[in-house]
Design a protein around this ligand. Structure first.
Ligand code: FES
Length: 265
């Protein structure tokens, strides 16, 4: 049999073998997870509604959603592992491979891409020596290209553990990952200070962020996010000249003569 034929046969055999059921979590892990899982399930009138936060909870344990984590969620909620897998693989915030302590997402959706996101992603891969969805050998940084994060007004955007780093370029992004790997303090452009990927996953599971001041730091939309609304309200903005944006309805009512004016003519 040729090498290629042998590989094909091996591949076919692998495909044909059913996967063995995942191992359950060890008792000490269950001891820690069970009370948290019960608290999550108790939030909902129907237990299956708890699946999304429960997946974040298992992600906070392992840094990704493993087959064991899927089995755990299924057992907690009376679902099949196939049902849990369908959800876990649909949403991109659930990782199928272990994340680094800092998970770096580079937006390569249209606006970020044309403003430099593609270049940032290419240079970060080279700089870190890893590809998409891979983790550095020291486990500190994982890299992923991500879809629009609704931060297009600050494009190109890089996220670290889902916190925003706005208006990046290849040099600032490389400095960012170097600082993360060196353990230097890194502050997002806006939002709360960084914590590890697993800690972030626990907050996303709906447990309080206990870090002093972190909730107040979460902030709101910045000036670029509000510019369109202010223009629509007829304000002029610095650097936009004297022209005002007039809402179409206001323009029509200013141009059309009122019924009273027509009667008088
Ligand atoms: S395109 Fe990157 S945040 Fe929207």
């Amino acid at each position: 049999m040729s090498a290629t034929g042998h590989e094909t046969a091996q591949h076919a055999v692998q495909l044909g073998l059913p996967e063995l059921p995942a191992e359950p979590y060890p008792a000490e892990v269950r001891e820690r997870l069970d009370p948290d899982a019960a608290a999550i399930v108790a939030r909902y009138p129907q237990s299956r509604s708890a699946l999304l936060p429960l997946l974040h909870l298992v992600q906070s344990e392992e840094g990704f959603v493993s087959r064991t984590g899927i089995r755990y969620c299924a057992e907690q909620l009376g679902l099949t592992t196939a049902e849990v897998t369908a959800v876990a693989t649909f949403y991109t915030m659930y990782r199928r491979r272990p994340a680094g302590e800092y998970h770096v997402g580079v937006c390569t959706n249209t606006l970020c891409a044309v403003l430099g996101g593609d270049q940032i992603f290419a240079e970060l891969q080279q700089h870190l020596g890893i590809g998409n969805n891979e983790t550095t050998e020291d486990g500190s940084v994982s890299l992923e290209h991500i879809e629009c994060n609704a931060a297009c007004d600050y494009a190109p955007v890089v996220m670290v553990n889902w916190e925003f780093f706005d208006n990046q370029d290849p040099a600032s992004a490389k400095q960012l990952v170097d600082d993360l790997r060196a353990g230097a303090e890194v502050t997002p452009t806006r939002g709360a200070k960084l914590c590890s990927f697993k800690e972030t996953a626990r907050i996303l599971a709906g447990f309080p962020d206990g870090r002093p001041g972190a909730v107040d730091e979460s902030g709101a939309g910045g000036a670029p996010s509000m510019a369109g609304l202010r223009l629509a309200h007829g304000e002029t903005l610095p650097g936009t000249g004297p022209a005002k944006v007039v809402a179409p309805r206001q323009q029509e009512s200013a141009e059309e003569p009122s019924e009273t004016e027509g009667d008088e003519a």
